[in-house]
Write a protein of this length. Structure first.
Length: 140
């Protein structure tokens, strides 16, 4: 609809914009720099908010500090029970998430998603380390 409506402005995720060959705009960020939408700009925004995440991971990356930060960036969150009732399933979940924040980062940029900065990975590692199993395993 945005492409078909003269003068329209819309917001879609970077992967969709690139995959659909939509025009995009440089935006002025909090540091006063005009930056293009890019995976590097989103990673820079995430880096700029990492300190705030230590208090509460539900941080907004909108207008994050940093000259290279893209000003309308955001995280995707996973809600995971800290107490896993099934030990095997809980371990599989933790293993999957551990892979995603480590080896899985190699797949982010080719798919037009931003890599997690090291400081955010450390916070994610701590969160994964807090997941426990309170039940028996369903595996025999």
């Amino acid at each position: 609809m945005v492409r078909q409506t003269p003068g329209a402005i819309g917001y879609v995720e970077l992967a969709y914009a690139e995959g659909s060959a939509l025009s995009s705009a440089y935006l002025q960020n909090a540091a006063g720099s005009f930056v293009p939408p890019s995976t590097a700009g989103v990673t820079a925004a995430a880096s700029g908010t990492a300190d705030s995440m230590m208090k509460d991971v539900r941080v907004s990356m909108v207008n994050a500090p940093g000259a290279a930060a893209y000003p309308i960036s955001g995280f995707t969150y996973l809600l995971v029970y800290r107490e896993q009732k099934d030990a095997a399933k809980g371990k599989a979940l933790v293993d999957l998430l551990d892979w995603a924040i480590h080896q899985g980062q190699a797949f982010a940029e080719p798919l037009s998603y931003a890599a997690l900065p090291g400081a955010v990975v450390k916070l994610d590692e701590a969160a994964l380390g807090s997941i426990q199993s309170t039940g028996a395993s369903s595996e025999k």
